[in-house]
Design a binder for this molecule. Structure first.
Ligand code: GLN
Length: 305
């Protein structure tokens, strides 16, 4: 298949969408990004990479970090994870508090904020003050790139304006579902969200998942095939908050978005993808990015269905 030509077509066709939607501005550090940027990167198992647009521009990975932290937690706590966080779509916005009280502090899934905060708490129980280093180290390993780091200004800004996230963790702590000091957990959570990566770096980082847990280039196994199945299934059903159904319907691939405008997706057994465009739709997912992935699976017929 001529991926280069397909990506160029997509880049043309999404142009009208680049002006639509709104950049996340709940923290000043994210609101300052040039809003009309677009990148799409695709990586095959032999290391061949295709890309259009600003594929080397770094952006804040935000909730895409939830895929990496959940991968680590799945490995550390596979048997007990379900006691702390569910595996069902929430049908609610990523930072919603409502359901959490009804459901006694057990978040619906690890890809909404509450669920990801529990996952970070579990990692802090396992890795203590080395937690953030372990997370970054894992991302460096799966991306085969030692040069990754986080943006301290974004992390500080998240902490300064983190009222909603602090409510979530306090509510969960009141139900006994947070074991560590709230400040310690949130420091790690805000830092993991502020990790900066480019579209090329993120598509590289997802290859192990497209290949059932083994990096197809380095041949390193990170998780079992069964764990990779669980992770990919959750991305399909919960990767886009209350728009997960919409994304599955239009794109038909496991994917995960972040409010920085990035979306990662995998075509099992074949490739990993990342799109980035900072303007978001009403549910907090990249508007042009979602459209680009929809065009991709429509043109290539590479959805999993
Ligand atoms: N840092 C963001 C938050 O916690 C991440 C949310 C997201 O990407 N949807 O609010």
């Amino acid at each position: 298949m001529d991926y280069e030509a397909i990506l160029k077509e997509i880049q043309e066709e999404i142009k009208p969408y680049l002006e639509q939607g709104k950049v996340a501005d709940y923290i000043p550090a994210l609101g300052r990004v040039n809003p009309n940027q677009f990148a799409m990167s695709l990586q095959l198992f032999d290391g061949t990479t295709f890309g259009v647009g600003d594929v080397d521009t770094k952006f804040s990975i935000q909730s895409i970090s939830k895929v990496f932290t959940f991968t680590l937690a799945l490995d550390l706590y596979e048997k007990t994870l379900h006691e702390r966080v569910g595996i069902e779509p929430s049908g609610n916005p990523f930072n919603s508090l409502v359901q959490l009280e009804y459901e006694k502090g057990i978040p619906r899934n690890p890809f909404i904020n509450a669920g990801a905060i529990v996952v970070t708490d579990m990692l802090v129980s396992g890795y203590h003050d080395k937690t953030f280093e372990r997370i970054v180290d894992f991302i460096r390993n799966v991306s085969d790139n030692r040069a990754l780091s986080h943006d301290k200004e974004v992390a500080d800004s998240e902490a300064a304006y983190g009222y909603r996230n602090m409510s979530l963790i306090n509510m969960m702590k009141s139900f006994g579902n947070i074991q560590n000091d709230i400040a310690d957990v949130m420091a790690v959570y805000f830092q993991q969200c502020s990790i900066s990566m480019s579209a090329h770096e993120l598509s590289r980082a997802m290859l192990f998942l497209a290949n059932h847990g083994v990096d197809p280039i380095t041949q390193k196994r990170y998780i079992s095939a069964s764990q990779a199945k669980k992770l990919s299934s959750l991305m399909l059903t919960c990767g886009h908050y209350d728009a997960s159904g919409d994304f599955a319907f239009k794109v038909g691939l496991p994917g995960k978005s972040g409010v920085g405008g990035g979306i990662v997706a995998i075509v099992p057994n074949l490739m990993s993808l990342c799109v980035w465009s900072p303007r978001l739709n009403a549910r907090g997912n990249s508007l042009a990015g979602t459209k680009a992935l929809e065009l991709f699976t429509t043109k290539t017929e590479l959805s999993i269905f």
